[in-house]
Design a protein around this ligand. Structure first.
Ligand SMILES: Cc1ncc(COP(=O)(O)O)c(C=O)c1O
Ligand SMILES: [Zn+2]
Length: 343
């Protein structure tokens, strides 16, 4: 079933973005034990995905490698997904749910990676995808979207204006809006990151995750929570929410702007209360980083052959900052979420 995070009302598992009270929704199922299948891709966790497996897309997301850099630093290369970002995990489950409901035309607003992922999966599964984005969106991302046959709608305004226009268009045209910011099925896909971490290295002390709308952050939280509920683990790692200066929603808003992380430039995410709860429950914290530190991180990663975008490199900048401020003591894992679009 779906449960409202605000009032607790429950719904059948339909494609639904919000409760009647306006609250966001989460999928709630009862799993009694953790026994992954033998597949060596995301189908490994098929029994924990709330969709009928016959509808799962043919393009299956990967199980991504974890690289050990030192005794206390690990990197999960989640940018090695079919369309170059972790978003494919959420899209995979979302597309299956849309197919189950016979929906073949959808609307999304995205600064890039979520739109690219939906466009690619939509193209391969016969679902028409409208993408709303701002005129100043990354040019490389725009050309990828065009190559994937997405119907592009440019909006004059900031990220929140793009969001409003996408909602208006879908309402006027009676089309399904599949915002990854709210869609509960998206988190069902991203939760598999936690399952993989657990199978690959057991439990690090800290997991650093870039946070805009929170789909990676909340998915990872949900994945670890389910492992606790299944009796597989006793507690979860501390989840560190990494944000960019000038666009913080959890950390204090800075005056300076870090413009190198467009994927997390989301000042008012709808799932903010859930993110605060995830930080509290996991004894985590929030940390915000600037442009110079992000550039230094991109450079450090590139020297190791790791070609990611600024939105991913912020996790390394945050790790360095947390070390310097003596906020961490133990093993840290950084989630590298998106590939470099140019280098
Ligand atoms: C590469 C990358 N990392 C992280 C994020 C942040 O994801 P979320 O907005 O779900 O917190 C995004 C979002 O677009 C992204 O593109
Ligand atoms: Zn409600």
């Amino acid at each position: 079933m779906l449960v409202c995070t605000k009032c607790g009302r429950t719904f059948d598992e339909k494609f639904l973005l919000r409760c009647t009270c306006g609250g966001t929704l989460l999928v709630k199922r009862h799993y009694t034990s953790f026994s992954p299948r033998n597949y060596l891709d995301m189908r490994r966790y098929i029994d924990y995905l709330p969709v009928d497996s016959v509808f799962l897309p043919k393009l299956t997301p990967a199980i991504t490698p974890i690289v050990k850099d030192s005794e206390d630093l690990y990197l999960k290369l989640d940018y090695l997904q079919p369309t170059g970002s972790f978003k494919d995990r959420g899209t995979y489950v979302t597309i299956a749910k849309l197919k189950e409901e016979g929906i073949n035309e959808v609307v999304i607003d995205s600064s890039g990676n979520a739109g690219i992922s939906l466009a690619a999966y939509g193209l391969s599964e016969g679902i028409k995808v409208h993408v709303f984005l701002s005129y100043d969106a990354n040019k490389e991302k725009i050309s990828r979207l065009s190559a994937l046959n997405a119907k592009l709608h440019f909006v004059d305004g900031d990220r929140m204006k793009v969001h409003e226009e996408a909602i208006r268009f879908s309402r006027d045209g009676n089309l399904t809006y599949v915002s990854h910011w709210m869609n509960p099925y998206f988190l069902e896909g991203t939760k598999t990151i936690a399952f993989e971490i657990y199978e690959q290295i057991k439990l690090p002390d800290y997991v650093f995750i870039p946070v805009g709308s929170g789909t990676a952050f909340l998915g990872i939280w949900k994945g670890f929570k389910e492992l606790i509920e299944m009796g597989e683990i006793e507690s979860m790692p501390s989840l560190v929410a990494v944000q960019a200066e000038g666009f913080e929603s959890l950390c204090k808003r800075s005056k300076r702007k870090n413009t190198l992380a467009d994927g997390i430039a989301i000042p008012e995410p709808p799932r903010i209360e859930e993110m605060k709860q995830a930080i509290k429950e996991s004894s985590g914290f929030c940390i915000s980083v600037g442009k110079e530190e992000t550039l230094a991180s991109l450079h450090w990663l590139r020297k190791r052959g790791i070609l990611v975008e600024g939105t991913s490199a912020v996790t390394l900048a945050a790790y360095w900052k947390a070390k310097e401020l003596e906020l961490i003591d133990g093993v840290s894992l950084l989630i590298l979420t998106g590939s470099a679009k140019n280098f």
